[in-house]
Design a protein around this ligand. Sequence first.
Ligand SMILES: O=C(O)C(=O)C[C@]1(C(=O)O)C=C[C@@H](O)C=C1
Length: 369
Amino acid sequence: MSKKKPQPAAPTPRTLRAQIAKIDRELLDALSDRASLCQSLAEAVGAPGGEAESSAAAVDKLVEKNTGPVTERSVRAVLREVEAACRAITTHERVAYLGPEHTYSHQAALHRFGDATELVPVGAIGAVFDEVASGSCEWGVVPLENSTHGRVTDTLEAFAKSEVQICGELPLRIHHCLLGKGKRSDVRRVASKAQALAQCGSWLTKHLPGVDTQPVASTAEAAVMASADPAVAAIASEQAGVHHGLRVLAHGIEDQSDNITRFAVIGMAPAAKTGGDKTAIVFEVAHEPGSLADAMAIFKRAKLNLTWIESFPIPGSRTAGQEGGRYLFFVEFLGHQTELRARRAIANLEKKAVQLRVLGSYPQSPPID
Ligand SMILES: O=C(O)C(=O)C[C@]1(C(=O)O)C=C[C@@H](O)C=C1
């Protein structure tokens, strides 16, 4: 009979705790080393410019290497905070977003910039652009488009008037709740940002027929209103509900379960090329037959793959549908504006366009849960 090999003794809770404490000390040492290297880098190259976005792209790449058991979401949150904490030592950056706290824009800003960065709530999307253009904030976070309801008009309108750049994108999964102080049967009015009301349009028709809707400045603003009046329900995030002491009257009320809003990170400095970039431009073509088709043929010839196209009436240029109205076209394609194909296409389009502005090049980002 063969003798059984003696098994090594299973580690005791005490030794396991000691090993965990040792790893924690190593993590702290590594964090201090990382922060010192960031300080040296900042001294060597001067204050960081478009760097926040390439760091975000580096986090995205690193998250792909995660083999578990920690979830992708948690790994991303930890890496983002490490990044933000180290940046906060060398620079005091401010990020404007559509407030008050607990809007989806706030969530997006936290995802990209972490808790260590100063986040500045403002009352309207246009004000986010103003904060960045005036230099009061280095960055802004604005919703660009939604997978269910399409473009965010306030943002496109602001891009039509502003010189700020898109430096990054951040697609965020959006799950709406119906929130209220009382019961669902108490609800006489549903308040929210127009975008959020539209994303839940079918649900509202089916479950609250005949109840009025009220568009307000943001979903969190609606949560504030609902906290003051049981007859008002808000469509907002669960976090907004928790913050304002509201009950969740219904969960996941978005009409499409895969509801994603793509946010843009805006700033004044262009983002560096990462190799996996997109470029957004806005242009106007002459109001004559074939001019838009000619413009689009330029992208075909340059073999530039389009990822977004949107037409937008120039504010104040005419009455809707009437002859003589002027339109802006927002186009996004794969590639960085410094690459030869993109440079050629932009130069050719500039010759045909009445006006053209490159909104920016930025790293492609995967959706965040
Ligand atoms: O009101 C908010 O919470 C916002 O951040 C704005 C906004 C938007 O206008 O698109 C952002 C994401 C959601 O799609 C709904 C609302």
